[in-house]
Design a protein around this ligand. Structure first.
Ligand code: BTN
Length: 164
């Protein structure tokens, strides 16, 4: 035969019984809001480009603070070059959308070569929370004469993962 206690349990499950004790209810609400806000703040920071990223060629870039308008500056250290000169860290300037789908673009003005690269891309977050930047770039080399213009631009993809 069911006891008075067990029928009370059926009518009022655990959370409901908790609400009968205000101090417990308050702690429960506090815990839920801490969890909610910590999860929300973590997911909000995803895809903000600030930080250090490495691409599939082994190049890395460090991006400083993204302004409330989405503008940013940083530096780019390429792992490869066709310039035949010693590689140096070079400045980058860009802007990103601060809302899904976080598309962005930036320019690298190479300090050791007469070339310029522009990257455009989009940030994706997988189920494990890992961010990936899928980008495409145009590398403009110097054309010595206008007749050489046709061969001065290269195009390619790069995939970046956050390393910091
Ligand atoms: C040059 O060789 O003219 C300057 C360096 C170019 C490096 C290119 S930019 C696109 C691609 N992605 C990289 O990380 N490096 C190369």
């Amino acid at each position: 035969m069911p006891s008075v206690h067990s029928s009370a349990r059926k009518r009022c499950p655990r959370v409901c019984r908790m609400m009968e004790k205000p101090d417990r209810a308050l702690s429960f609400a506090l815990l839920c809001s801490i969890l909610f806000f910590s999860m929300a703040s973590k997911s909000q920071n995803k895809c903000l480009l600030s930080g250090t990223w490495m691409n599939d060629l082994g190049s890395n870039m460090t991006i400083g603070k993204v302004t409330p308008d989405g503008e940013f500056k940083g530096t780019y250290m390429t792992a490869v070059s066709a310039a035949g000169k010693p590689i140096q860290r070079s400045p980058l300037y860009g802007a990103q959308q601060l809302r899904p789908n976080f598309s962005f673009g930036f320019t690298v003005s190479w300090t050791f070569a007469n070339s310029t690269t522009v990257f455009v891309g989009q940030c994706f977050v997988d189920k494990a929370g890992e961010e990936t930047l899928q980008t495409a770039w145009l590398l403009r080399n110097e054309a010595i004469t206008q007749a050489d213009n046709w061969k001065a631009t290269l195009v390619g993809p790069n995939v970046f993962k956050r390393i910091k």
